[in-house]
Write a protein that binds this ligand. Structure first.
Ligand code: DGL
Length: 331
């Protein structure tokens, strides 16, 4: 019989650590109240899968997570992965921004060991909660040799997603997580089954190591609509080093916004054209002359994940826009 794997489960809060007043409170409940020890104690089945060690790193909703939270999680996961006795790491996390933390880990951890980020849409106290099964499945994925070298994974609703692609696409349904090109695989009866591989560079193949990142540049997101005031661009430019412009459709920019955005770009702000549709490719020099304006396009990345990538790309290339553009086509 194979030796049981040693898995560290790091708790950070979220609905998976939530509790409702009654079992019918599937959407209204207190978040981030159960400790990671209590969450695990409620799933006795997990002890047959792996030797588990639990750690409470934080206890807060992921809507609060800023760059310091990202760095804190990344550095702790990296430290734990360096222990030769540890075979994999699970991070329990609120689902609101799980995709951003997971993508940050995917790009900055330097290990082939499985790292799985998991949350739930319903608290453990609710009817038909997904908390126990999601965590059980996450452990099943973390112990599987087939999960090594695939970067950071997000497990939800019996599916395994790559951190690069996954997004929360529904505010309350169990079936909330989608990857535009489909999940990498399923978890069935505690067995991961993979059908696809991540195709873009991650973890050991990237230029960033979390161990060497102390601060991240400020990148903001502006959500486009026709009545957007042009003063918003100036306000962002005065504070931030980068701006993800979540444009309409194919990264379209309203006529009255073009001037202020170009002016801010000339003064050093890095502007990335993305799409508020959250899907599809933004074509370089398509609806806007990006070469002339010094703008970058997002390829197919969602604005909230483009923000993570731009922050990292600016660490390596604070000034070279062609290198920033290349990062969007590589990762
Ligand atoms: N407070 C939200 C968060 O931590 C709850 C959402 C969830 O975990 O499903 O992201």
């Amino acid at each position: 019989m194979r030796k049981k794997a040693n898995i560290v489960v790091i708790g950070t809060g979220g609905t998976i650590a939530g509790r409702g007043e009654t079992a019918s409170n599937t959407s209204a409940y207190a978040c981030s109240v159960l400790t990671i020890d209590r969450i695990l104690a409620a799933i006795p089945e997990v002890s047959s899968l792996a030797n588990l060690r639990a750690e409470q790193l934080m206890q807060t909703g992921s809507e609060n997570f800023n760059n310091e939270h990202l760095l804190k999680i990344g550095k702790r996961v990296s430290e734990v992965l360096k222990d030769n006795d540890v075979d994999g790491v699970i991070v329990t996390h609120g689902t609101d921004t799980i995709e951003e933390t997971a993508y940050f880990l995917h790009l900055t951890l330097k290990s082939v060991k499985p790292v799985v980020v998991v949350g739930s849409m319903r608290p453990p106290s609710a009817m038909s909660s997904d908390a126990s099964l999601n965590l059980y499945d996450a452990i099943a994925v973390a112990i599987a040799p087939a999960s090594r070298g695939k970067g950071t994974l997000v497990v939800a609703n019996n599916e395994i997603h790559t951190a690069r692609d996954v997004m929360k696409t529904n505010s309350f349904k169990l079936e909330a997580f989608r990857s535009p090109y489909g999940a990498l695989g399923y978890v069935a009866e505690g067995e991961p089954r993979y059908y696809r591989m991540p195709s873009r560079d991650h973890t050991v193949l990237t230029e960033w190591s979390i161990d060497r990142i102390e601060i991240l540049p400020k990148v903001d997101i502006v959500y486009a609509y026709g009545a957007l005031g042009e003063e918003v661009i100036g306000t962002v430019a005065s504070e931030a080093n980068g701006l993800i412009y979540a444009g309409t459709g194919n990264g379209n920019v309203a006529e009255h916004i073009v001037g202020p955005l170009v002016a801010a770009t000339r003064q050093g702000l890095h502007v990335v054209r993305a799409s508020r549709t959250g899907n599809g490719v933004v074509i370089r020099n398509g609806t806007q002359p990006d070469d002339d304006y010094g703008w970058i396009v997002v390829d197919d990345q969602a604005p909230q994940k483009a923000r993570i990538l731009l922050m990292l790309a600016m660490l390596s290339n604070p000034d070279k826009r062609c290198a920033l553009q290349a990062a969007f086509y590589r990762y």
